[in-house]
Design a protein around this ligand. Sequence first.
Ligand SMILES: Nc1ncnc2c1ncn2[C@@H]1O[C@H](COP(=O)(O)OP(=O)(O)OP(=O)(O)O)[C@@H](O)[C@H]1O
Ligand SMILES: [Mg+2]
Length: 248
Amino acid sequence: MSGLVVRGLRRRFGGVAAVDGVDLDVPAGAVTALIGPNGAGKTTLFHCVTGLDAADAGTVTLAGRALTGPPHARARAGLAWTFQRIELFTGLTVAENAQVGAENRRGSRSWAKLVGLPGPWRVEGRAVDSVLERLGLAALADVPAGTLPTGTMRLVELARALAAEPVALLLDEPASGLDDHQIERLARVLRELAVGGLAILLVEHDMRFVRGVADFAHLMIAGRVEAAGRPDEVLAAPLAQEIYVGEV
Ligand SMILES: Nc1ncnc2c1ncn2[C@@H]1O[C@H](COP(=O)(O)OP(=O)(O)OP(=O)(O)O)[C@@H](O)[C@H]1O
Ligand SMILES: [Mg+2]
């Protein structure tokens, strides 16, 4: 499969099986939502896929190739992500944060820049500009990221991820803290990116957003995927109705 494929993933913390044998397909050209209650294991799974945490068992492949090693190796292989707890360089500007992402591009040669060779960073400059434009951040390019409201910081994290021109994108609660206008823009951008062929995995608690943007949903409870299918089907299941009382 051309997207991201997770098989048999396990991660235990002491007596807690945070991820308890998960299979997950995140196809290219679609938005796949991973939903479930607090503590279900969504972020742990996410960290095992990015290499920020080490799984006890299981495999992850991206475009048919094994995805292994530390986070920077996985980024070079075409994976990009944003965090549940925002992690930006707060002292750097919005454009500089996005530039950091561009330098993570597959095949990008930062050494060429260091030794003064003409090279790909000029292209990266354009990539940064177009990403900022796309996310409505162009006017904030020179503003220090740390001075921005939460929702806007989330969009800057997304800009950094997209500047790397990934083939798969993992987002942990990207709509949290965004205003209605920003959520609408985020939904539009994610749909465009999916149509453009990106494989997108979205961890999200906002079910209205999930319904609006996701092609598929997986419901995770206590480390296991208990239901999967179209968002409407998954959210109509009794298990989901219990968790999202009054929301779905
Ligand atoms: N570093 C850790 N050490 C010990 N236990 C952990 C660690 N990280 C997560 N856990 C436990 O693993 C389980 C899954 O947590 P995780 O953060 O993955 O859930 P989540 O689905 O992302 O929840 P939320 O929706 O609240 O973000 C929880 O029981 C949590 O307490
Ligand atoms: Mg989480």
